[in-house]
Design a protein around this ligand. Structure first.
Ligand code: NAD
Ligand code: ZN
Length: 359
């Protein structure tokens, strides 16, 4: 099974330390480098041909730092994350006579990374690829764990494969151009990682939230590193989501129902979902009122919602439809303390009670 190695390597000319986490997935080893700079990307690329996949906003900000290579730009937004866009990528690769030795490099947010991984894993039955994620969410979540894919018929991430990139370069410097809501979306997943796996990291976030939001270099690098480490450790135990990896769904079961129903962003929905799960945990005697309060305050510090601002009935309906699809009961990730997650089966009635109290 997969192993994780961690070590710090001084690489940057300013003397900052690049930290490395390794994942060994079923299709090979993946290196995640936190604190490495975008402009050093070329030293990670093979001698042979590289083709970059990115989008207009990212190219607009960072193309001067890209390694010399041909570039495919794709559209932005979930509406572009489709098989049609993947077809467009294949068409360009064929037009440019890209053979099996090509290396595809995704530079962008989660959408660019997910599609680069999917296109690379299917073109000519699989070519080499790597990511330089440029959003906080992509650095701590989307680029870690080997899930690639696209939306289909309106269903998110319906078609895809598990496939690990050769490397992931996380440069915190590029986060400076991200709008605040995009940063908050990343922090929702960061709070999730701390809440399910590491009480002392949760404490660190409580103490350093303002510095993290201000992208203080030391703090944000540590936060990215700790989050990647938690996700990587979980993925290494369960790459294809049969057990342990389910813990990463904390806040997501109910969050998905919220996202579908009241038109908030994924990060905001997950924040509401985490609060609902925390209250459910409290009702089951697993989590104290104090710890529920700590989670609520931390989410609020990151400008994330903790209450439901719409009629909860629609959300409960959406959850009921999901439940029907799942078959027997809803599996909910609960907390049995800050830093400890448990998966339990839940009745819709239990959830209803909590949700109405949050409205
Ligand atoms: N594979 C996984 O395990 C996994 C996990 C979580 C999320 N995801 C996927 O990730 C996607 C969401 O990713 P996201 O939140 O990064 O959104 P995104 O990829 O849509 O990027 C958001 C926007 O920010 C812009 N942008 C990117 N970097 C920027 C920068 N440094 N400065 C300014 N603007 C920048 C992009 O051009 C884009 O318009 C979803 O499709 C989701 O399904 C995948
Ligand atoms: Zn999420």
């Amino acid at each position: 099974m997969a192993k994780i190695k961690r070590k710090g390597t001084p690489l940057d000319e300013k003397g900052s330390t690049v930290k490395k986490i390794e994942i060994s997935g079923h299709n090979g080893r993946s290196r995640i480098l936190v604190g490495e700079r975008l402009k050093n990307l070329s030293s990670y690329l093979p001698q042979k041909r590289t083709i970059i996949i990115t989008d207009d906003p990212v190219a607009g900000f960072y193309q001067p730092d890209f390694p010399a290579a041909e570039i495919i730009r794709i559209g932005t937004g979930e509406g572009s994350k489709t098989l049609d866009t993947v077809k467009e990528i294949y068409r360009r690769l064929i037009e440019w006579s890209a053979d099996r030795s090509v290396f595809l490099l995704g530079i962008g947010g989660g959408i660019v990374c997910d599609m680069t991984g999917f296109a690379a894993s299917t073109y000519l039955r699989g070519v080499r690829f790597g990511y330089a994620p440029t959003t906080l969410l992509a650095q701590v979540d989307a680029s870690v764990g080997g899930k690639t894919g696209v939306n289909f018929l309106g269903y998110k991430n319906m078609v895809g494969v598990f496939s690990q990139p050769e490397f992931v370069i996380c440069d915190p410097e590029v986060l400076k151009t991200l709008p605040r809501p995009a940063l908050s979306a990343g922090f929702a997943e960061i709070v999730k990682h701390a809440a399910i796996a590491d009480a002392s990291y949760f404490g660190y976030l409580e103490k350093n939230a303002a510095a993290a939001l201000a992208l203080d270099p030391v703090v944000i690098e540590r936060v990215i590193y700790d989050s990647v480490k938690i996700k990587a450790e979980i993925v290494n135990q369960d790459e294809t989501e049969k057990g342990e990896r389910r813990k990463l769904n904390f806040g997501h079961t109910f969050g998905h129902a919220v996202e579908k129903t009241i038109g908030v962003s994924h990060g905001e929905a997950v924040s509401i979902g985490m609060m609902a799960a925390a209250r459910l945990s409290q009702n089951r005697g697993l989590l104290s009122e104090t710890d529920v309060g700590r989670l609520r305050r931390l989410l609020e510090t990151f400008y994330l919602p903790v209450k439901i601002s719409a009629d909860p009935a629609g959300i409960i309906d959406a959850q009921a439809r999901d439940k029907k699809r799942e078959g027997e009961g809803i599996h909910f990730v609960l907390l049995s303390g800050i830093g400890r997650a448990v998966v339990e089966k839940m009745d819709l009635a239990d959830l209803k009670q909590v949700v109405y109290a949050m409205a």
